[in-house]
Design a binder for this molecule. Structure first.
Ligand code: ZN
Length: 319
């Protein structure tokens, strides 16, 4: 079923486990992720990011992501990761994404607050959730993002007091923090500032998000989740798992795409399930929270139109 982020992250925060966001840039990734969630009985967050749109345009990706989420036997959030442009976030909401991240972390603080507050109001009017980022999560080579900040990431770590002010003023539902994590494959072993995670978790109310999860050790994850992380973003690990599986099955030049697709789906499924077990969200599909922001909300006119279309189609069948 399609849900928003609050419905799966509020129980995660309360019960000290984390839900993974796995980006599904193509159909193999999406199928692997959904089958992992169903096999592990886990809630899951699936989506794409603005930097991945050259590989799969937002609208086309929405054609499979949203129906797959609705059909799934476990709660699935469809999330736009790192929306960089205002219009991209709006398009995602219009297409039916149940959650967006509006990343204004490279902007000056006041600008970040102003832009994200405005987007939070819009997202909530759709019944969707929103994630913001404060501090700046760096980028390793090959992450698809450029790091404008050079070599000293600690000067961009999230400040706990500022984090509280940011959440209060923007109304974000989840907050991505910079605590020594980085996007893409790490060149040197990362060193997370666990003390900072604990302090921020004590200071702000909303679930905290750890980006750049691929490449951290299992111990890092367990500790970060114990200290207050409720959502972990993973892409590099499933991306690489798919290609390794395809490479292994590409035994001769006569192999075609359809010889490789099942291997890729299975590899993504296995890697995703491994992460779900590590994050402790396996078996937690039934842990759901009513979203305090949208509980009791009336049907929007868009939902009403969808309902009318559905009824009209059903009626047609019996003519
Ligand atoms: Zn990120």
């Amino acid at each position: 079923m399609l849900v928003n982020m609050n419905e799966v992250l509020l129980p995660a925060k309360k019960n000290r486990y984390a839900v993974g966001l796995f980006n599904a840039v193509n159909l193999e990734l999406a199928r692997g992720i959904i089958s992992a969630a169903e096999a592990a009985q886990a809630p899951v967050i699936m989506g794409t990011a603005e930097v991945f749109l050259p590989y799969g345009p937002l609208e086309e990706v929405s054609y499979y992501l949203i129906p797959m989420a609705k059909k799934a036997k476990v709660p699935v959030v469809i999330h736009l990761d790192h929306g960089l442009e205002h219009d991209t976030c709006i398009r995602a909401l219009e297409l039916g994404f149940s959650s967006v991240m509006y990343d204004c972390s490279a902007d000056p603080y006041e600008e970040n607050v102003k832009k994200v507050k405005e987007m939070a109001d819009i997202a909530h009017s759709y019944g969707a959730t929103i994630e913001g980022e404060l501090g700046h999560v760096g980028d390793n080579d090959g992450s698809g993002e450029e790091d404008p900040h050079g070599s000293d990431p600690s000067q961009f770590f999230t400040d706990p007091k500022m984090a509280k002010d940011y959440v209060d003023r923007t109304g974000v539902d989840a907050l991505a923090i910079a605590v020594g994590n980085a996007h893409g494959a790490y060149k040197l072993p990362p060193k997370l500032d666990f003390e900072r995670i604990r302090t921020i978790a004590r200071t702000v109310e909303v679930p905290l998000v750890l980006h750049g999860g691929s490449g951290l050790t299992d111990r890092d994850f367990r500790q970060a989740i114990r200290d207050g992380i409720s959502k972990v973003n993973i892409f590099t690990d499933i991306n690489v798992a798919a290609v390794k599986a395809e490479f292994k099955h590409f035994t001769d030049m006569d192999k075609g795409l359809i010889d490789l697709i099942p291997a890729a789906v299975e590899a993504v499924k296995q890697e995703t399930m491994k992460k779900m077990k590590l994050f402790g969200c396996d078996g937690k599909a039934a842990y759901r929270a009513a979203d305090p922001r949208t509980e009791g909300m009336d049907l929007s006119s868009k939902e009403l139109q969808a309902l009318i279309r559905l009824v009209a189609e059903e009626v047609k069948k019996y003519r």
